[in-house]
Design a protein around this ligand. Sequence first.
Ligand SMILES: Cc1ncc(COP(=O)(O)O)c(C=O)c1O
Length: 414
Amino acid sequence: MAPTETAQRKFLPYGRQSISEADIEAVAEVLQSDWLTQGPAVPAFERALSETVGAGQAVVCCNGTAALHLAMLALGIGEGDVVVTTPVTFLASANCARYVGADVKFVDIDPETGLMRPDCLADLLDKDSEKRIKAVIPVHFGGQPANLPEIHAMARQHGAFVVDDACHALGASFEYRNTRYRVGGNPFSDMTVFSFHPVKHVTTGEGGAISTDDVALADRLRRFRSHGIQKEGFACGSLAHAGDGRVNPWYYEMSELGYNYRMSDIHAALGRSQLGRLPRSLERRRTIAALYDKLIVRDLRLSQVVPLKVAANVSHAYHLFVVRVDFASLSVDRAAVMESLRGAGIGTQVHYIPVHLQPYYRKHSGTKPGDFPGAEAYYAQALSLPMYPELTEADIEYVVDRLSSVLREGEISC
Ligand SMILES: Cc1ncc(COP(=O)(O)O)c(C=O)c1O
C-alpha cells in the first residue's frame, strides 16, 4: 500500500452516527417552535418508537443509563434486593442496580456469542433460597437477542422481573415457537431499555428509552423521569382542591423522589427523524456483516479469527461487529494490533472489559478474576471492527485486508 493511499483514506471509526438533511431540518423546526422541551416532539417520538418496536408504551429520557435507573425505580428495586446481569456489557447495566441500593450478581456468558447463559442463570436462581433476586437484566450484546423466552420463564418462576438491555439491539427480532417477536415488544420481559448515543442505530446525541406493555409501569417511569411529580391521585386534598372541589390549576404533588431525566424536544425531533431510516440502516448493517463474514471466512483463512456466532432464529441488529482473535496462538499483542490498524486509518475497540473485574465490583460484589471463565475467555479475544451504515464494500475489504496483514506479518507495511 502506497503511503499516499493511507494518508488519503478517511479514518474508519468502529462506529459513528449518520445525520441527514432531514434530521437537521427536524431539529431546526423545533428550534424555531415554541417548545424546546416538554412540547409535542417528545410524545410524537414516543409514539413512533412504540410502533417501531411493537410495544404499547415507550417512555423516552435523557440517556440509556437513566432509562435503566428509571426501570429499577419503577419496579421498586432497592436495598436488600439483588439484580443479575452479565459481565460482558457496558457498566450501566450493572450500575443501575447500585443507584437504587441493590446488590449486583453476575451470570456468565457464552464466549462464542457474548450472551447470557440460561443454564448459569438457573444455577444462580437455585442458590437464591432467600429470593433476594428481584430482577434479571439480559443484554442483547452487539445487537443479537439473548434467549429471552428461557430467561423470562426462569425469572418468572423465581418471582423476578426481566428488564432487557437492548441498547445494542433496536430493530432486532427473534423467532420462538413459530412466531417472530421484536426486541422491545414481546411478552418475555417487563421493560426494554434503549440508548440513543451516537454510535447506536438511532441517535439523539444523548438519549434513552424504555418500552413496555404495562401502562402502570409506564406511568411510574414518567413520574420518576420528572422529579416524582404527579398531576392526579393527590394525597393532600385540601391543598389540591379549590373551595368548589376543582383541582387548583397550578397544583402538582410529589410523593416519591424522582429526577430530571427528561428528553428535550430538540433531541426527540432528531430521534424521530432518525427512526424513519432505521429499516434501511439495519439492512445495510446486515449486508456489511454478511460481507465481513464472507471475507473473514473465505479470504482471511485464519482459523484464529472467528466472528461471533449468530443463532439461526434471530434477526441481528449489528450494533457491533465483533471478531474473536486468538491473539495468544498467533503470538501477537492486541494493543499492538489495534495501534497498527489505527495507523492504517482503522478504528477498533474492545467491548467490554468484564464488569466483574472493575475495582468497584470486586469490592461491592466480591468478584475476582476466574469467577466467570466464559466472560474472561471472550474478553481475551474480542475485537470490534468498524460497523456503521456508511461503510462501503471497499472499506470492508480494506479492513479485512489490513487485519490479515497485521495478524500474519505482525505489522502493516505502508
Ligand atoms: C449495553 C449498554 N447498556 C447501557 C448503555 C448506556 O447508555 P447511555 O450511554 O445512553 O447512557 C450502553 C451505552 O453504551 C450500553 O452499550
